[in-house]
Design a protein around this ligand. Sequence first.
Ligand SMILES: [Zn+2]
Ligand SMILES: [Zn+2]
Length: 114
Amino acid sequence: MARRNVRRCSQCGMELPKGSRRSRRYCGAACRTRAWRQMRARRAAIDAGGEALRAVLEGRRHPWPRFLCPECGSTWYSSDTPFGKTKRSDSQYCSPRCRTRAWRKRSRSAGVTV
Ligand SMILES: [Zn+2]
Ligand SMILES: [Zn+2]
């Protein structure tokens, strides 16, 4: 396979448009966000140590489960629940923002003024 001087998104491997700045690493905001999330998860794994850290260092998949955020529909790895720890009941959302939004929606439908 001919390897031309083509640069790819560090996240999804898609070719970056020709003439992109050298500092550019991702094809778009979605990949940048995902990379940031992974970075955060990696940091949590380093804090957690043990099996979680080993998995990250070896490039294996994150040992903790993937969640689907019911609010925005994106999938995410819980960086708040390092391997072996009990997950909180509110950890199904990708971010505190989504959690708050869902909570507001719930209280509104229950007729509670926030
Ligand atoms: Zn990408
Ligand atoms: Zn979300």
